[in-house]
Each structure stands twice: as structure tokens, then as C-alpha cells.
Design a protein around this ligand. Structure first.
Ligand code: FES
Length: 60
């Protein structure tokens, strides 16, 4: 499923960038361009990062 239509970035790709150390929307954008077009996906990118952060906190 695509998160960012403008740059054709999928949810799995965003998670892969997070796994590789991209912990902010800016870092993800730098790696794949997500969020650098219309900006519609920014909320979803934030949601993915927040979900991962809460999961990491819970798992620790
Ligand atoms: S959908 Fe991501 S920048 Fe447009």
C-alpha cells in the first residue's frame, strides 16, 4: 500500500527506512522523497513514526 502517491513510496518502504535509522519525517523524506510533493502523506508518515515509537517504548 502506498503512503506517498507523489513519490510512489509504500508503507513497507517507510518501515524499512525506519529500520535503517530514519526516525523523523525529514529523515524519511531525505531517503525516499516521501512528503516532498503535495504533503498529503505527512500525517500518515507521522502516524507510522508515532506507532513505531509507542511500540518500541512498550517493548522495552
Ligand atoms: S502524497 Fe506524499 S508528497 Fe504527495
Amino acid at each position: 500500500m502506498f503512503v506517498c502517491i507523489c513519490r510512489a513510496v509504500t508503507v513497507d518502504e517507510v518501515h524499512a527506512h525506519c529500520d535503517a535509522g530514519a526516525y523523523t519525517v525529514d529523515a524519511i523524506s531525505d531517503r525516499c522523497g516521501a512528503g516532498e510533493g503535495c504533503g498529503t502523506c505527512l500525517d500518515q508518515l507521522h502516524d507510522i513514526l508515532s506507532e513505531r515509537a509507542s511500540t518500541a517504548t512498550t517493548a522495552a
